[in-house]
Design a protein around this ligand. Structure first.
Ligand code: 5GP
Ligand code: MG
Ligand code: MG
Length: 179
């Protein structure tokens, strides 16, 4: 168990890199078999999902594309409940199989907004793929088809996820230590 300090908070390892990779590969394997013969567009939600999206995509052995969107809903360690679109969709999604790639579904508000926005592009199908879900916090009904891991309701950083923009480069996932 190793500890890191970011600004005013201490974190300790909760999901080691090897475990993350095993789970990401398992999700990728399911996508490989479900999307045989199709060419899905991975739609990575910036910033948090960029590390997951890169690893996920490299475990895919089907033809696939990637595109990016950027929404903002979080400041510090608690959700503001507000979602803003900062970078919009720049790929034609009409008639495409779209897989939204998220770092974490917490309350589900961001994802619900995303689904509403993306349906307007008339994709052939729309699927959710997330690295993490906090089932206890989910307040919105969502059909999360691809989820690598479920975690308790604690604030985490690493593997793309930040605490005030720091910690995204950590290879393991760390949980905040309450003092
Ligand atoms: P939601 O709208 O589902 O409540 O929030 C989703 C967003 O909040 C995620 O995409 C992520 O950016 C952020 N978030 C939720 N929980 C955590 C967490 O434990 N750690 C970090 N770093 N971000 C989180
Ligand atoms: Mg996110
Ligand atoms: Mg964040």
């Amino acid at each position: 168990m190793s500890r890191v300090t970011i600004k005013d908070k201490t974190f300790e390892t909760s999901i080691p890199e090897a475990e993350i990779q095993k789970r990401v590969k398992a999700v990728a394997d399911r996508i490989n078999s479900d999307f045989q013969g199709r060419v899905p567009v991975l739609l990575s939600v910036l910033n948090g999902s960029f590390v997951f999206a890169a690893d996920l995509m490299r475990y895919l052995n089907i033809e696939c594309e990637i595109s990016f969107v950027k929404m903002a809903s979080y400041e510090g360690t608690s959700s503001t409940g507000k979602v803003r679109k900062l970078i919009g969709v720049n790929t034609d999604l009409k008639g495409r199989d779209v897989i939204i790639v998220e770092d974490i579904v917490d309350t589900g508000v961001t994802m619900k907004n995303m689904l509403g926005m993306l349906k307007e592009y008339e994709p052939a199908s729309l699927h959710i793929c997330t690295l993490l879900v906090k089932p206890e916090k989910l307040t919105v009904p969502l059909n999360i088809e691809y989820c690598a891991m479920e975690i308790p309701n604690d604030f985490i950083v690493g593997y793309g996820l930040d605490y005030d923009q720091l910690g995204r480069n950590l290879r393991d996932i760390y949980t905040v230590v309450e003092d």
